[in-house]
Design a protein around this ligand. Structure first.
Ligand code: SF4
Length: 277
């Protein structure tokens, strides 16, 4: 179907642009049971059949001990699809409600705990990469959140190596529109697990960013494409970050020296300061 073709094109482009998958990779696909995680798995499986490189996929779902949780529909779907999978059980819910004061959102601690468990699972299960289902609109909302509330220009990286170098996190859906992933979930009738069992509300600020994007998009239909393009089209000399300006100046000096030298051009090696993701 055309929708699936478009999504596959976006995923293929993200994989090629950011070198997300190589021959011999064994990729842990994080399955939350939400629409995006089903889409991620289905699209990666289709690409796996067509790709010129060999890679393995292992779907991993984490039962976090939320009250009323029922992972049976997801498990049945994975079995019916013939997907290799593991279901892990870790009661992060009790930790989160113990540590977070009433009325505050749980998401930040909950995600950190989940990330740690997935990292460990990837090591235990022999996976060298972890694929997450964040899409274009997640990254745009994160960029706005960082700009408006955290005082930094930063979004979600399509590929990130952990500080200890042991894990590579990839986001193959980074170019995919959430509306298209929702349409795929509906067309394929994915058995989506409810995401409100934890009792936490989505962060109010993220909701605001979502609403702001939707509002601006009414007068500028290409807003999201333009914002996504901007994330890949940074002009360091026109920002106020002195570290970045030093790097840009060093790069310019190296290029100029290489252009005036008769020796073969040296590989440009610029040490960017380490930033947190
Ligand atoms: S919505 Fe609930 S399960 Fe999801 S990250 Fe937030 S606290 Fe965790």
């Amino acid at each position: 179907m055309e929708l699936e073709r478009q999504l596959l094109r976006d995923v293929g482009r993200a994989i090629a642009d950011h070198d997300l998958i190589q021959d011999g990779d064994r990729i842990l696909v994080a399955m939350s049971g939400g629409k995006d995680s089903y889409g991620l798995l289905v699209l990666l499986r289709t690409l796996q059949r067509r790709a010129p490189v060999d890679f393995d996929l292992l779907a991993v779902h984490l039962d976090q001990g939320h009250p009323g949780y029922d992972g049976a529909p997801l498990q049945r779907w994975l079995e019916n699809e013939g997907v290799a999978f593991r279901i892990l059980r870790e009661d992060t819910y009790s930790i989160v409600i113990d540590k977070i004061p009433a009325g505050k959102t749980y998401c930040s601690l909950c995600s950190r705990l989940r990330r740690g468990i997935l990292y460990q699972a990837a090591a235990d299960l022999g996976c060298n990469k972890i694929a997450l289902g964040h899409h274009r609109d997640d990254t745009l909302e994160t960029a706005l959140l960082n700009l408006f509330f955290a005082g930094k220009l930063s979004a979600m990286p399509p590929r990130l190596t952990s500080d200890d170098g042991r894990h590579v996190v990839i986001r193959p859906l980074i170019y995919c529109a959430e509306t298209q992933l929702a349409a795929l979930a509906e067309a394929r009738r994915f058995p989506i697990l409810p995401c409100n069992l934890c009792g936490s509300q989505a962060e109010a600020q993220r909701k605001q960013m979502k609403a702001l994007l939707a509002q601006l998009e009414r007068s500028n239909p290409t807003l999201r494409q333009s914002m996504l393009a901007a994330l890949g089209n940074v002009v360091p000399t026109h920002l106020l970050d002195r570290d970045l300006q030093r790097v840009a100046a060093a790069a310019a000096a190296q290029s100029s020296a290489a252009a005036h030298s008769s020796a073969p051009p040296a590989l440009l090696q610029i040490a960017l300061p380490r930033r947190s993701p």
